[in-house]
Design a protein around this ligand. Structure first.
Ligand code: SAM
Length: 445
């Protein structure tokens, strides 16, 4: 592909993303799924071209809120052409017009290239050229690269620390691994990975975590294929730690998905006792099967939750641990999914808060007297976390929170408590993990 053809292709992709993921009438599909469909129907595009086109489009996705603000200020609609043009021009102070020349040259009207800029687009280019991407006149949303609707909740939670958190949500997430204690230990895994030229360091909070200082593909390593390691954010590992599932216990992972936390809990159980991975999604539970097998987990069963299902009723009050890793806005993972900050809307939050409350009601019935209900989200928003807990505890007086400092002293003795308050609340800016919340509640005997 010529450089201009790559630009034309990126404009097409941005247009499809706008239509299917972000626009007002969009179906709000995840951007990576849309991009992969886009390239599947254009098999003639080779790997190198695909990388350049994706990077151009992803640059726009990552800065979409700010680019939208700049175009809105100029009174023009955010077409795919203008979004890419703005991305090419903004934040290039000191370029002395070279960015504009390059942009104008890129829209070269060649056979496979984009049409030349029209007079209105040229005026936009002239206005944007040399301006900073983060403009001093920007209100908080674009300045912090966050949608307006999350600002009140995040400001209430982080106060003056919000800028640090917003900046952390713009960085690339580290790649964390969890060592599978059913098959090896952390020291041995470090040595094995070094043998495969993968450098890792222990994570500071999780006792089973390893972090790659430089991103490398790990799924092809022997350590991964043999189930010695799993990819899992450190914060996610800490939720399994706080669940404190022990050998011989009966454990339900009520929203197990593809079993990320089931795997970690099966390891703390030493494969003894029984863990049931439940979910309403058959496809996700299907994905769990391969991972459980690879990890050598043989005390887990899977259960698909369906309407009218009597499974939970028959098992009421019989589990030592019930983990609810609830569906949530995923605001804590926005550094991994930059498109999610554009796709998630306030009505999703309202809906999810209700779903979480319903799930908590059902799952809590499974807990035996003296057993524990563990509630977790990867959200940074108090509505899905502390406020959800306040509401649950008001409805379920039989449950009391076990304060984090008590749990932490038992499970990570000698290690400084990562946060204040009765619950675990992790954030990318402060802890370097994804944003996670975890509350552990005990059912009165
Ligand atoms: C945050 S994800 C779970 C991730 C998983 N625990 C892991 O560590 O990989 C939330 C899961 O809840 C499931 N879910 C949604 N509604 C549910 C419901 N009403 N009951 C149980 N699970 C539900 C979703 O299918 C999704 O897999």
């Amino acid at each position: 592909m010529t450089p201009a053809a790559r630009i034309a292709c990126a404009i097409d992709l941005i247009g499809v993303l706008e239509e299917q993921c972000f626009g007002p009438a969009a179906r709000r599909r995840p951007a990576d799924a849309v991009a992969s469909d886009f390239f599947r129907t254009r098999r003639f595009i080779g790997g190198g071209d695909r990388r350049v086109v994706s990077e151009l489009a992803w640059g726009v996705v990552r800065q979409r809120i700010r680019l939208g603000w700049h175009l809105d200020r100029l009174g023009v609609a955010p077409t795919a052409r203008l979004l890419l043009l703005a991305q090419m021009l903004l934040g290039r102070s000191g370029d002395h017009g070279r960015g504009r020349q390059a942009a104008e040259a890129a829209f070269d009207d060649s056979h496979y290239g984009p049409a030349a800029l029209d007079p209105a687009e040229r005026r936009v280019a002239a206005s944007l050229d040399g301006r900073p991407l983060v403009d001093p006149a920007m209100p908080d949303g674009p300045r912090l690269n966050l949608p307006d609707w999350v600002l009140p909740a995040l400001t209430a939670r982080f106060g003056a620390g919000l800028a640090r958190e917003a900046a952390a949500l713009e960085t690339e997430a580290p790649l964390d691994l969890r060592v599978n204690l059913l098959k090896t230990d952390r020291e041995a895994a470090i040595t094995l990975l070094a043998g495969e030229r993968i450098e890792v360091v222990p994570t500071p909070l999780s006792p089973w975590g390893l972090r790659l200082p430089a991103r490398r593909p790990v799924t092809g390593t022997a350590a991964f294929r043999q189930g010695l390691i799993e990819v899992q954010d450190e914060g996610s590992q800490l939720i399994a730690l706080l669940a404190d599932a022990r050998p011989g216990m009966r454990v339900a992972d009520y929203c197990a998905g593809a079993a990320g936390k089931t795997l970690a809990m099966a390891a703390t159980m030493g494969n003894k006792g029984k863990i049931t991975a439940c979910d309403t999604s058959a496809a996700r539970l299907e994905g769990a099967a391969t991972r459980l097998k690879r990890a050598g987990v043989d005390n887990a069963e899977r259960h698909l939750l369906e309407a009218g299902d009597r499974w939970a009723k028959r098992r009421a009050g019989s589990f030592d641990r019930v983990l609810v890793d609830a569906p949530c806005t995923g605001t804590g993972t926005w550094r991994r999914n930059p498109d999610a900050r554009l796709r998630t809307r306030p009505e999703d939050l309202a809906e999810l808060v209700e779903v979480q409350h319903q799930i908590l009601g059902k799952a809590s019935e499974l807990v035996r007297p003296g057993g524990r209900l563990v509630y977790a989200t990867c959200s940074l928003l108090p509505q899905e976390n502390e406020e959800q807990m306040d509401r649950f505890l008001a409805h379920a007086p039989g449950f009391v929170p076990i304060p984090l400092d008590r749990l932490w002293a038992e499970l990570r003795p000698g290690l400084e408590l990562p946060c204040e308050g009765p619950f675990l609340a992790l954030s990318p800016g402060r802890h370097g993990t994804d944003g996670f919340f975890c509350a552990v509640l005990e059912r009165g005997a």
